[in-house]
Design a protein around this ligand. Structure first.
Ligand SMILES: NC(=O)c1ccc[n+]([C@@H]2O[C@H](COP(=O)([O-])OP(=O)(O)OC[C@H]3O[C@@H](n4cnc5c(N)ncnc54)[C@H](OP(=O)(O)O)[C@@H]3O)[C@@H](O)[C@H]2O)c1
Length: 245
Protein backbone atom coordinates (compact mmCIF):
# COMPACT_ATOMS: atom_id res chain seq x y z
CA UNK A 1 0.00 0.00 0.00
CA UNK A 2 1.15 3.50 -0.89
CA UNK A 3 -0.86 5.72 1.46
CA UNK A 4 -1.02 9.40 0.48
CA UNK A 5 -0.54 11.90 3.32
CA UNK A 6 -3.95 13.32 2.59
CA UNK A 7 -6.38 13.29 -0.33
CA UNK A 8 -8.21 16.37 -1.56
CA UNK A 9 -11.70 15.47 -2.78
CA UNK A 10 -13.70 17.80 -5.03
CA UNK A 11 -17.40 17.04 -5.42
CA UNK A 12 -17.61 15.19 -2.10
CA UNK A 13 -21.28 16.09 -1.72
CA UNK A 14 -22.16 14.30 -4.95
CA UNK A 15 -23.41 10.76 -5.45
CA UNK A 16 -20.02 9.31 -6.32
CA UNK A 17 -17.89 11.84 -4.47
CA UNK A 18 -19.71 11.09 -1.21
CA UNK A 19 -18.85 7.43 -1.63
CA UNK A 20 -15.21 8.34 -2.29
CA UNK A 21 -15.09 10.33 0.94
CA UNK A 22 -16.60 7.53 2.98
CA UNK A 23 -14.41 4.83 1.44
CA UNK A 24 -11.18 6.83 1.82
CA UNK A 25 -11.95 7.55 5.48
CA UNK A 26 -12.84 3.87 5.95
CA UNK A 27 -9.35 2.99 4.68
CA UNK A 28 -7.79 5.39 7.20
CA UNK A 29 -6.83 8.02 4.59
CA UNK A 30 -7.18 11.61 5.85
CA UNK A 31 -9.39 13.63 3.53
CA UNK A 32 -9.72 17.34 2.81
CA UNK A 33 -13.07 18.07 1.17
CA UNK A 34 -13.89 21.33 -0.56
CA UNK A 35 -17.66 21.68 -0.71
CA UNK A 36 -20.21 24.39 -1.40
CA UNK A 37 -22.28 23.27 1.59
CA UNK A 38 -21.13 20.97 4.39
CA UNK A 39 -24.79 20.18 5.05
CA UNK A 40 -24.75 17.97 1.94
CA UNK A 41 -21.84 15.79 3.06
CA UNK A 42 -22.66 12.09 3.50
CA UNK A 43 -23.73 11.26 7.06
CA UNK A 44 -21.15 8.45 7.21
CA UNK A 45 -18.33 10.96 6.83
CA UNK A 46 -19.57 13.83 9.00
CA UNK A 47 -17.68 14.10 12.30
CA UNK A 48 -14.93 11.72 11.21
CA UNK A 49 -11.59 12.60 12.81
CA UNK A 50 -9.85 12.23 9.45
CA UNK A 51 -12.10 14.66 7.61
CA UNK A 52 -11.17 18.30 7.08
CA UNK A 53 -13.99 20.28 5.51
CA UNK A 54 -13.53 23.58 3.68
CA UNK A 55 -16.68 25.36 2.58
CA UNK A 56 -16.43 27.65 -0.41
CA UNK A 57 -16.44 28.12 -4.14
CA UNK A 58 -13.44 26.54 -5.83
CA UNK A 59 -13.58 28.80 -8.85
CA UNK A 60 -13.38 31.98 -6.78
CA UNK A 61 -10.10 30.93 -5.14
CA UNK A 62 -6.83 32.12 -6.63
CA UNK A 63 -3.18 32.35 -5.62
CA UNK A 64 -2.41 31.35 -2.04
CA UNK A 65 -6.03 30.33 -1.35
CA UNK A 66 -5.88 27.97 -4.30
CA UNK A 67 -2.50 26.52 -3.29
CA UNK A 68 -3.62 26.00 0.31
CA UNK A 69 -6.27 23.55 -0.93
CA UNK A 70 -3.67 21.20 -2.37
CA UNK A 71 -0.84 21.86 0.09
CA UNK A 72 -0.01 18.67 2.00
CA UNK A 73 -2.12 16.44 -0.24
CA UNK A 74 -0.58 13.50 -2.11
CA UNK A 75 -3.70 12.97 -4.20
CA UNK A 76 -6.52 15.01 -5.69
CA UNK A 77 -9.76 13.28 -6.69
CA UNK A 78 -12.37 15.18 -8.67
CA UNK A 79 -15.92 13.87 -8.78
CA UNK A 80 -17.33 17.21 -9.86
CA UNK A 81 -20.28 17.15 -12.21
CA UNK A 82 -22.86 19.56 -13.51
CA UNK A 83 -26.16 19.50 -11.65
CA UNK A 84 -28.75 17.68 -13.76
CA UNK A 85 -31.15 20.59 -14.25
CA UNK A 86 -31.62 23.04 -17.13
CA UNK A 87 -29.65 25.64 -15.19
CA UNK A 88 -26.96 23.14 -14.16
CA UNK A 89 -26.51 21.84 -17.71
CA UNK A 90 -26.74 25.08 -19.69
CA UNK A 91 -25.91 27.77 -17.11
CA UNK A 92 -22.51 28.87 -15.76
CA UNK A 93 -19.97 27.63 -14.96
CA UNK A 94 -20.04 25.66 -18.22
CA UNK A 95 -16.38 24.78 -17.79
CA UNK A 96 -16.64 23.67 -14.14
CA UNK A 97 -14.59 20.47 -14.49
CA UNK A 98 -11.98 21.84 -16.89
CA UNK A 99 -11.42 24.96 -14.83
CA UNK A 100 -11.23 23.00 -11.56
CA UNK A 101 -8.65 20.62 -13.04
CA UNK A 102 -6.67 23.46 -14.60
CA UNK A 103 -6.55 25.31 -11.27
CA UNK A 104 -5.56 22.23 -9.28
CA UNK A 105 -2.73 21.52 -11.73
CA UNK A 106 -1.59 25.14 -11.52
CA UNK A 107 -1.59 24.99 -7.70
CA UNK A 108 0.37 21.72 -7.64
CA UNK A 109 2.97 23.05 -10.07
CA UNK A 110 3.41 26.19 -7.98
CA UNK A 111 3.85 24.11 -4.81
CA UNK A 112 6.53 21.92 -6.47
CA UNK A 113 5.95 18.84 -4.26
CA UNK A 114 8.83 16.41 -3.67
CA UNK A 115 6.70 13.51 -4.98
CA UNK A 116 4.28 13.85 -7.91
CA UNK A 117 0.69 14.41 -6.82
CA UNK A 118 -1.79 11.83 -8.14
CA UNK A 119 -4.72 13.51 -9.83
CA UNK A 120 -7.78 11.33 -10.50
CA UNK A 121 -10.54 12.78 -12.67
CA UNK A 122 -13.94 11.13 -12.73
CA UNK A 123 -15.21 11.52 -16.26
CA UNK A 124 -17.44 9.55 -18.61
CA UNK A 125 -17.46 7.18 -21.58
CA UNK A 126 -18.66 10.17 -23.59
CA UNK A 127 -14.99 11.18 -23.55
CA UNK A 128 -13.11 9.82 -26.50
CA UNK A 129 -9.48 9.67 -27.58
CA UNK A 130 -8.76 9.03 -31.22
CA UNK A 131 -6.02 6.48 -30.76
CA UNK A 132 -6.02 2.70 -30.51
CA UNK A 133 -7.46 2.78 -26.99
CA UNK A 134 -10.89 3.83 -28.30
CA UNK A 135 -10.81 2.15 -31.69
CA UNK A 136 -14.07 0.48 -30.75
CA UNK A 137 -16.04 3.69 -31.38
CA UNK A 138 -17.03 3.79 -35.04
CA UNK A 139 -17.61 6.79 -37.33
CA UNK A 140 -21.33 7.15 -36.60
CA UNK A 141 -20.84 7.05 -32.82
CA UNK A 142 -18.02 9.58 -33.11
CA UNK A 143 -20.24 11.90 -35.14
CA UNK A 144 -22.99 11.57 -32.52
CA UNK A 145 -20.56 12.34 -29.69
CA UNK A 146 -19.18 15.36 -31.54
CA UNK A 147 -22.73 16.69 -31.86
CA UNK A 148 -23.33 15.99 -28.17
CA UNK A 149 -20.19 17.91 -27.22
CA UNK A 150 -21.26 20.82 -29.41
CA UNK A 151 -24.76 20.97 -27.93
CA UNK A 152 -24.39 19.83 -24.31
CA UNK A 153 -21.91 21.85 -22.21
CA UNK A 154 -21.18 19.13 -19.58
CA UNK A 155 -20.12 16.66 -22.31
CA UNK A 156 -17.85 19.31 -23.82
CA UNK A 157 -16.49 20.15 -20.37
CA UNK A 158 -15.57 16.52 -19.63
CA UNK A 159 -13.82 16.20 -23.01
CA UNK A 160 -11.90 19.46 -22.54
CA UNK A 161 -10.75 18.53 -19.04
CA UNK A 162 -9.37 15.26 -20.40
CA UNK A 163 -7.76 16.97 -23.38
CA UNK A 164 -6.12 19.44 -20.98
CA UNK A 165 -4.54 16.62 -18.96
CA UNK A 166 -3.40 14.70 -22.04
CA UNK A 167 -2.17 17.62 -24.11
CA UNK A 168 -1.11 20.33 -21.65
CA UNK A 169 0.06 18.36 -18.61
CA UNK A 170 1.19 15.29 -20.54
CA UNK A 171 3.23 12.47 -19.10
CA UNK A 172 6.48 14.16 -18.07
CA UNK A 173 5.44 16.66 -15.44
CA UNK A 174 7.73 16.26 -12.38
CA UNK A 175 4.99 17.37 -9.96
CA UNK A 176 1.85 15.77 -11.32
CA UNK A 177 0.56 12.47 -12.65
CA UNK A 178 -3.03 11.83 -13.68
CA UNK A 179 -5.64 9.31 -14.68
CA UNK A 180 -9.11 9.83 -16.14
CA UNK A 181 -11.63 7.27 -14.90
CA UNK A 182 -14.50 6.62 -17.30
CA UNK A 183 -17.59 4.91 -15.88
CA UNK A 184 -20.49 3.96 -18.14
CA UNK A 185 -24.10 4.44 -16.95
CA UNK A 186 -23.96 5.19 -13.21
CA UNK A 187 -26.03 2.98 -10.93
CA UNK A 188 -26.76 2.69 -7.23
CA UNK A 189 -25.68 -0.45 -5.38
CA UNK A 190 -22.97 -1.78 -3.12
CA UNK A 191 -19.37 -2.54 -4.11
CA UNK A 192 -19.44 -5.56 -6.42
CA UNK A 193 -17.04 -7.25 -8.85
CA UNK A 194 -16.01 -4.86 -11.60
CA UNK A 195 -13.65 -4.84 -14.55
CA UNK A 196 -11.33 -2.08 -15.77
CA UNK A 197 -10.42 -1.70 -19.45
CA UNK A 198 -7.93 0.45 -21.35
CA UNK A 199 -10.58 1.61 -23.84
CA UNK A 200 -14.28 1.75 -24.57
CA UNK A 201 -16.12 -1.53 -24.09
CA UNK A 202 -19.79 -0.96 -24.89
CA UNK A 203 -21.63 0.82 -27.67
CA UNK A 204 -23.75 3.90 -27.08
CA UNK A 205 -26.78 1.86 -28.12
CA UNK A 206 -26.08 -0.84 -25.55
CA UNK A 207 -24.34 0.79 -22.59
CA UNK A 208 -22.95 -1.05 -19.59
CA UNK A 209 -23.71 -0.43 -15.93
CA UNK A 210 -21.21 1.00 -13.47
CA UNK A 211 -22.01 1.16 -9.76
CA UNK A 212 -20.97 4.45 -8.17
CA UNK A 213 -19.61 2.41 -5.26
CA UNK A 214 -17.31 0.60 -7.70
CA UNK A 215 -16.07 3.86 -9.22
CA UNK A 216 -15.28 5.09 -5.71
CA UNK A 217 -13.55 1.82 -4.86
CA UNK A 218 -11.37 1.97 -7.99
CA UNK A 219 -10.46 5.61 -7.40
CA UNK A 220 -9.46 4.76 -3.80
CA UNK A 221 -7.35 1.87 -5.13
CA UNK A 222 -5.65 4.22 -7.58
CA UNK A 223 -4.44 6.56 -4.85
CA UNK A 224 -3.56 3.90 -2.27
CA UNK A 225 -2.11 1.05 -4.35
CA UNK A 226 1.16 1.83 -6.14
CA UNK A 227 0.77 -1.08 -8.57
CA UNK A 228 -2.72 0.05 -9.57
CA UNK A 229 -1.47 3.58 -10.05
CA UNK A 230 1.48 2.44 -12.17
CA UNK A 231 -0.89 0.44 -14.36
CA UNK A 232 -3.37 3.25 -15.02
CA UNK A 233 -1.50 6.57 -14.73
CA UNK A 234 -1.70 8.68 -17.90
CA UNK A 235 -4.53 6.46 -19.16
CA UNK A 236 -8.33 6.68 -19.42
CA UNK A 237 -9.57 3.45 -17.84
CA UNK A 238 -13.18 2.44 -18.48
CA UNK A 239 -14.80 0.80 -15.46
CA UNK A 240 -17.93 -1.37 -15.70
CA UNK A 241 -19.70 -3.83 -13.43
CA UNK A 242 -18.68 -7.43 -13.99
CA UNK A 243 -22.35 -8.39 -14.01
CA UNK A 244 -25.34 -6.18 -14.99
CA UNK A 245 -27.35 -4.67 -12.11
N1 LIG B 1 -24.94 10.14 -14.74
C1 LIG B 1 -24.23 9.18 -15.31
O1 LIG B 1 -24.75 8.09 -15.67
C2 LIG B 1 -22.75 9.36 -15.52
C3 LIG B 1 -22.08 8.36 -16.15
C4 LIG B 1 -20.72 8.46 -16.29
C5 LIG B 1 -20.05 9.57 -15.81
N2 LIG B 1 -20.71 10.59 -15.22
C6 LIG B 1 -19.92 11.73 -14.72
O2 LIG B 1 -19.58 11.50 -13.38
C7 LIG B 1 -19.33 12.73 -12.69
C8 LIG B 1 -19.96 12.69 -11.31
O3 LIG B 1 -21.29 12.23 -11.39
P1 LIG B 1 -22.22 12.15 -10.08
O4 LIG B 1 -23.57 11.75 -10.58
O5 LIG B 1 -21.55 11.39 -9.01
O6 LIG B 1 -22.23 13.71 -9.66
P2 LIG B 1 -23.33 14.51 -8.78
O7 LIG B 1 -24.00 13.62 -7.82
O8 LIG B 1 -24.17 15.31 -9.70
O9 LIG B 1 -22.38 15.49 -7.94
C9 LIG B 1 -21.79 16.58 -8.55
C10 LIG B 1 -20.85 17.26 -7.57
O10 LIG B 1 -20.35 18.44 -8.22
C11 LIG B 1 -20.62 19.57 -7.37
N3 LIG B 1 -20.91 20.76 -8.17
C12 LIG B 1 -21.87 20.91 -9.14
N4 LIG B 1 -21.84 22.15 -9.62
C13 LIG B 1 -20.86 22.82 -8.94
C14 LIG B 1 -20.34 24.14 -8.98
N5 LIG B 1 -20.83 25.05 -9.83
N6 LIG B 1 -19.33 24.46 -8.15
C15 LIG B 1 -18.81 23.55 -7.29
N7 LIG B 1 -19.26 22.26 -7.19
C16 LIG B 1 -20.27 21.93 -8.01
C17 LIG B 1 -21.83 19.19 -6.56
O11 LIG B 1 -21.85 19.99 -5.40
P3 LIG B 1 -23.23 20.46 -4.69
O12 LIG B 1 -23.61 19.32 -3.77
O13 LIG B 1 -22.83 21.69 -3.96
O14 LIG B 1 -24.23 20.71 -5.79
C18 LIG B 1 -21.54 17.71 -6.27
O15 LIG B 1 -20.66 17.58 -5.20
C19 LIG B 1 -19.84 13.82 -13.63
O16 LIG B 1 -18.74 14.48 -14.22
C20 LIG B 1 -20.62 13.07 -14.70
O17 LIG B 1 -20.49 13.70 -15.96
C21 LIG B 1 -22.05 10.50 -15.04
Amino acid sequence: MDIPHKALVLGGTGRTGGRVLTQLLGRGIPVRALVRSAARLPSGAVGSAGLEVIEGDLLSRTGAAQRSLVDGCGAVISCLGHTMSIRGIFGPPRDLVTEAIRRMCEAVRELRPAEPVKLVLMSSVSVFVADPCDARRGASERAFMRALCALVPPARDNQRATDFLRETIGTNDPFLQWTVVRPDTLREGEISPYTVHPGLVSSLAKPSDTAMANVACFMCELVTNAATWDTWRFKLPVIINATPV
